[in-house]
Design a protein around this ligand. Structure first.
Ligand code: NAD
Length: 449
């Protein structure tokens, strides 16, 4: 749906958003584009300055243009003053991070944000809706968020304010599209007024709205990510078995994906899942399950398959080169997926250290994530400004992220600059037959050698 065709509703004119990472930034600018006045908040002054200067704090398609546009329309303003933003709005979305700390979910930011919301509500007279968009373990909103807001505001949930849980399902790299075209909108609430108000905000979206209680909404997000992570580890395990049987996993994935009960999505074998969500949400769910006396053996295995999967790339490289000592390895792709500079939990973070451990000389290239990689690896590796530069004198090319530009590598040209024509295709984006015909030796995850 096109957000611009939505009309403002009568009551809700101003929305505040606390926490300007991927979720908060996208939520803020997309609501501003819909016509709401949005006051967005972060504790990070640099992010606030960037937004107010019309620059994006995250790498995400469409966001820079939307920030400029909504700032010019006076619909977006960024501040570090969360209580004031809450007082001056009718609805507050909490979108702060919920990282893993000591093996379980770290709720520090959620608790801080809840206190700030409470302080803002203390000086407000009208009804207010607080929406938890951050991913939190079932029970968190009722056990932590609501009591903290009540304590800091002196007000009661269900009377002067209401709380909803509205989990976010956006994909980094396609976040604005996903905001405008949600598969479904989950609204968890325990009082009708708050749930109705949030449903009203989303009324113009062409999407199913599912109303639940608060805990169910919290659990839906974890179940969703756990299922997708399971699908990835499933196809990766099948890929590893396929390789041993001389079967191409891509054909198997296509074959099973035609079964409507399975669907073709999330069946691409590769070096494992990464990013800011799947690994941490799986860990948080496993740890929370154990804390209530249930040992989730399937979910634990999903993480275990994923822990080992990046090292399959090293195995394939050794099959081509034997010893990696002093070998020049070109790694193409660093971000956990294309169209983002996000390297959180990316497979490259396991593959590159393993190559260094094998004493290989590593040169990397990524269209967007080089600066992040420099902060992580410093001078331990070399950085190239394009794919061809990375491949000069390389003994092997390893594709780690499926950026579009790597699907169209000029094979003749790269063969002429490489020392050895070896390719390890971690994402199965090249056609093995074409590559072999061009004179390369090819290895790929789940490819029948
Ligand atoms: P992030 O870590 O990128 O950003 C969080 C932001 O919150 C940071 O800018 C931080 O400075 C700010 N913050 C922390 N404490 C604050 C406070 N007290 N007041 C104001 N700002 C504060 O997080 P993210 O990736 O946007 O994720 C946010 C939540 O949404 C997490 O729970 C995550 O699991 C969930 N989620 C993320 C995605 C995704 O693709 N990134 C998708 C769906 C759901």
């Amino acid at each position: 749906m096109d957000g611009r065709i939505l009309m403002l509703d009568d009551e809700i004119k101003t929305i505040s958003v606390i926490g300007l990472g991927y979720v908060g930034t996208v939520t803020s600018v997309c609501f501003a584009e819909m016509g709401y006045k949005v006051i967005c908040v972060d504790i990070d002054r640099d992010k606030i300055e960037l937004i107010n200067e019309g620059k994006s704090p995250i790498f995400e398609p469409e966001i820079p243009e939307l920030i400029k546009k909504t700032l010019n329309q006076n619909r977006l303003v960024a501040t570090t003053d969360a209580p004031r933003a809450v007082t001056n709005s009718e609805v507050t979305f909490i979108t702060v991070g919920t990282p893993i700390g000591e093996g379980k979910i770290d709720l520090t930011a959620i608790r801080n944000a809840s206190e700030l919301v409470g302080k803002g509500l203390a000086s407000k007279n009208a009804y207010h809706v607080v929406v938890i968009k951050s991913t939190v373990i079932p029970g968190t909103t009722e056990r932590d968020v609501i009591p903290l807001i009540e304590e800091c505001s002196g007000k009661s949930e269900g009377v002067e304010f209401g709380v909803c849980v509205n989990p976010e399902f956006l994909r980094e790299g396609a976040a604005v599209y996903d905001f405008r075209n949600p598969d479904r909108i989950i609204i968890g609430s325990r009082n009708k007024r708050a749930g109705d108000a949030l449903e009203h905000i989303f009324r113009g979206f062409n999407s199913t709205i599912k109303r639940t209680d608060i805990r169910t909404a919290e659990m839906i997000k974890y179940a969703n990510n756990a299922f997708l992570a399971t699908k990835v580890s499933f196809i990766n395990e099948i890929a590893n078995i396929c390789k041993e049987f001389g079967v191409d996993v891509n054909e198997v994935a296509e074959g099973i994906g035609l079964d409507f009960r399975i669907s073709p999505h999330f069946l691409r074998a590769g070096p494992g899942f990464g990013g800011s969500c799947f690994p941490k949400d799986m860990q948080a769910l496993i740890s929370a399950s154990k804390s209530v006396g249930y040992n989730p053996i399937l979910l634990t295995s999903v993480l275990e398959v994923n822990r080992k999967q990046p090292l399959k790339i090293i195995e394939l490289t050794k099959e081509l080169l034997g010893n990696l000592n002093e070998k020049n390895i070109a790694v193409l792709g660093l971000s956990f997926k294309p169209n983002t500079d996000d390297m959180r939990e990316a497979p490259s973070l396991k593959i590159i250290p393993a190559l260094i451990e094998e004493k290989a000389k590593v040169t990397v290239y990524d269209p967007e994530a080089i600066n992040n990689a420099k902060k992580i690896f410093g001078e331990k590796i070399n950085y190239a400004s394009n794919a061809l530069d990375a491949l000069k004198e390389a003994d092997c090319l390893i594709i780690v992220t499926e950026w579009d530009e790597f699907k169209k590598l000029p094979l003749t040209e790269i063969k002429s600059v490489m020392r050895n024509p070896f390719i390890v295709d971690g994402r199965r984006i090249l056609n093995p037959e074409v590559v072999t015909r061009a004179g390369f030796k090819y290895k790929g995850i789940g490819w029948k050698d």
